[in-house]
Write a new protein. Structure first.
Length: 177
């Protein structure tokens, strides 16, 4: 009996993992949102957000999870886009992980009274980042996922899928809010 249960769980996990990998987030075609949020930690995220700001696809952008001591001039030196950074980018310094990125973002969204936010993060990170942000935001805010294409390693995908499952269970149980 236990062997069948383990086998069933393995099949369900395998099917879920296959679905997860086949449905990695893509760049969004949505023309405009009120705001953009970019969690730090992955290549291409900030550059994608800055390009979207320059294209006037949103009014403001929050980079959440910025390390202490990093200033806007540091972003401009690393990525260019100085005029967009000066006018339209806020640096969030409270977040240290995906969950606190969502909490920091939700506070920022409420302060500015935004109703739509484009979430720019790595394709493999989008499902969990979106789930956390959805749990933190008010129900009347629309999240537009905008995946940054990557070439993740298999181990990275397995790790992220397992984190996604665990956080979903915690949120379902109501102990992760």
């Amino acid at each position: 009996m236990i062997g069948r249960l383990i086998g069933f769980a393995a099949v369900v996990w395998g099917l879920g993992f296959a679905t997860f990998t086949l449905l990695l987030a893509q760049p969004s075609a949505v023309a405009r949102t009120d705001a953009i949020v970019v969690p730090t930690g992955g290549a291409g995220r900030i550059a994608r957000g800055l390009t979207l700001i320059e294209e006037k696809r949103a009014r403001r952008m929050l980079v959440t999870g910025v390390a202490p001591g990093v200033a806007k001039r540091d972003l401009a030196a690393a990525f260019g886009h100085a005029p967009a950074i000066d006018c339209c980018v806020d640096l969030g310094r409270q977040a240290v992980d995906t969950r606190s990125n969502a909490e920091e973002t939700a506070t920022w969204v409420r302060e500015h009274r935004y109703r739509s936010v484009r979430l720019v993060t790595s394709d493999w990170h989008m499902a969990r980042a979106r789930m956390e942000l959805d749990a933190a935001l008010d129900d009347n805010v629309t999240i537009v996922p905008d995946g940054v294409p990557t070439e993740p390693r298999l181990g990275q995908l397995v790790n992220e899928f397992n984190k996604l499952i665990l956080r979903r269970v915690v949120l379902w149980l109501g102990i992760g809010r």
